[in-house]
Design a protein around this ligand. Structure first.
Ligand SMILES: *[C@@H]1O[C@H](CO)[C@@H](O)[C@H](O)[C@H]1NC(C)=O
Length: 233
């Protein structure tokens, strides 16, 4: 059912992608919960720390001058121990280009990206590392969502799968400085850093784990994200 939906979205995105141009990208976009937003609320460059949003989600920002920023907070399914979902936060910024065929290419500033991976059942601490991942999208489509009456961005990945739709939340975009952050903290960010559990990640609260409705939702979400976790492997 879910996959049939994505397939349909894919067809729609493919047929109307020619209508979107680069200027349409400008702004801050966020998935349905609007809980994840690029900028200082997600990454604190002074303390070199990722700040956990209330809910999972994805956000991208684009400027008219070719800069982008992205923020991911996702739950990852844990096949060996389904009761222990892992959490991942990723942040990057850099420059983007759009080819004549509509391909969107994001090139991060190599040393600025950050990732926090937490596996509450396997480790006491989250693992905080640099993150440097060039991204390619075969197309992007900006439209007005008929249900929410807001501008909506659909990104088609390099393998033609379609991302969850994102909705315009800020214009001009909410972003950290677009130049290299060039922080003192870079001196020790080469090595992995261990962050105490709960320090930046709150995890799923105890009451959520005991609430079956919440579990159903979590299960559905993990089914949905399961299909694209390979991008980062
Ligand atoms: C970042 O990724 C690019 C593309 O994969 C690679 O060429 C580059 O060496 C990487 N830089 C660092 C610092 O890891």
């Amino acid at each position: 059912m879910l996959h049939a939906g994505y397939f349909l979205l894919g067809l729609i995105a493919t047929t109307v992608s020619a209508a979107s141009n680069v200027a349409d990208l400008v702004g801050t976009w966020s998935t349905k919960s609007r809980s994840v937003i690029t900028g200082p609320g997600f990454y604190d460059p002074i303390n070199d720390q990722l700040l956990e949003p209330n809910l999972t989600g994805i956000s991208y920002s684009f400027t008219s001058t070719g800069h982008y920023e992205e923020a991911y907070y996702r739950a990852l399914s844990n096949p060996t121990n389904p009761e222990c979902p892992r959490g991942i936060m990723q942040w990057q910024h850099g420059t983007y280009t759009v080819d004549q065929d509509g391909t969107l290419l994001l090139r991060p500033i190599e040393v600025d990206g950050r990732q926090l991976l937490s596996d509450p059942c396997s480790y006491d601490k989250g693992v905080y590392t640099r993150y440097n991942q060039t991204e390619k999208f075969n197309s992007f489509t900006v439209s007005v969502d008929p249900y929410h009456n807001v501008r909506r961005l659909d990104l088609q990945r390099f393998d033609d799968s379609i991302m969850h739709p994102m909705y315009l939340v800020y214009q001009p975009p909410e972003m950290l400085p677009t130049d290299a952050l060039n922080l003192a903290s870079h001196r020790d960010s080469k090595k992995k850093r261990h962050v105490a559990r709960g320090e930046t990640l709150r995890w799923f609260r105890q009451e959520d784990l005991l609430n079956p409705n919440r579990w159903l939702w979590l299960g559905l979400f993990m089914t949905a994200v399961g299909g694209f976790t390979f991008i980062y492997s």
